[in-house]
Design a protein around this ligand. Structure first.
Ligand code: ZN
Length: 305
């Protein structure tokens, strides 16, 4: 942000969280365009398979083995530490766990970030074409994830991204004005060229029960590596979305190894509500599920006007 922009800075309060806003001439827009036209584009297909759409069963069998035995390094000299949020597999070690995780250390546009300075921009509207999906819900050892049936997508900036899955973190990974929300849903989409687009929906805990979350938690497996197929229960990802579609947009990465970059991040500014008890039900299974915020390295965060 240059001096001229800083001079135009005002404070915008969104969902109770304050961020610094600067206005920016539209001539500048093409420059940082992350929505749909991100020049980093295509996250590797393999990365997507690993982390974003995680069938995770094999991985999990492995991981549970590592957890139930003595330190992995004592087994045949093979040091296999699996990524996690604490101990040897903690976020600050992700980049050195495997060569294919190097972006976690060396990447220059990593997620999550703190959203504290934003530029108002004429960002495209997001068109959601979500239809119902039979419930398939996975405990992959890191989070609860609902895998989505093919045929639901979003269109942003003329680019179509198919919805693959959504999952949760508590507290939220991206922070707004230095503060995390109580929980976040990440709706992971993939475009035909391989680029990932993630919609983040923030949740603020209170008294009000969220019926969509209720439906999910009722069917979530408590054991790591277990998938529940519940075809009699239909879900619609549209039920996670807030009524107001104001969003923050920036280029980032997967927030879990392999931390692949080129992800088009769309963080909705309006939080949804969830009950404190519902957040506890998730954190009971996953006390830690949040990667610390990463340096911006000059990236611009834009907000739709
Ligand atoms: Zn996520």
């Amino acid at each position: 942000m240059d001096a001229k922009q800083t001079a135009l800075t005002t404070v915008l309060v969104l969902g109770g969280f304050a961020v610094l806003v600067s206005s920016c001439s539209d001539s500048d827009d093409g420059h940082h365009a992350a929505a749909g036209t991100d020049k980093h584009a295509a996250a590797p297909a393999a990365a997507h398979h690993d982390a974003a759409h995680a069938p995770a069963a094999a991985h999990h069998a492995d991981m549970m083995k590592a957890h139930t035995s003595a330190p992995a390094r004592h087994h045949g000299g093979h040091h296999a530490v699996h990524w996690s949020y604490e101990g040897e597999g903690a976020p600050w070690n992700w980049g050195s766990l495997k060569p294919e995780f190097s972006a976690c250390d060396e990447g220059k546009s990593q997620s999550p970030i703190d959203i504290s300075q934003v530029t108002i921009s004429a960002l495209p509207d997001i068109e959601f074409n979500y239809s119902e999906s039979p419930l398939e819900i996975v405990n992959n050892g890191h989070t609860i994830q609902a895998n989505y049936a093919p045929g639901s997508s979003m269109i942003v900036g003329g680019k179509q991204y198919e919805l693959l899955q959504f999952h949760f973190h508590s507290p939220s990974e991206n922070t707004i004005g230095g503060k995390a929300y109580d929980m976040v849903a990440h709706l992971v989409h993939k475009a035909e060229d391989g680029q990932l687009g993630v919609i983040a929906v923030m949740f603020k805990a209170g008294d009000k029960v969220n019926s969509m979350i209720g439906k999910l938690w009722l069917n979530m497996p408590e054991k790591s590596g277990v998938t529940n197929q519940v075809p009699s229960v239909k879900i619609n990802a549209a039920d996670l979305l807030p009524p107001d579609m104001t969003y923050f947009n920036f280029s980032g990465s997967l927030t879990t190894p392999p931390c692949s970059e080129g992800v088009n991040w769309i963080v909705l500014a309006t939080p949804q509500s969830v009950s404190t008890e519902q957040v506890k039900q998730f954190t009971h299974l996953f006390p830690l599920s949040t990667r610390p915020v990463q340096p911006l390295n000059g990236r611009v965060v834009r907000i739709s006007n």
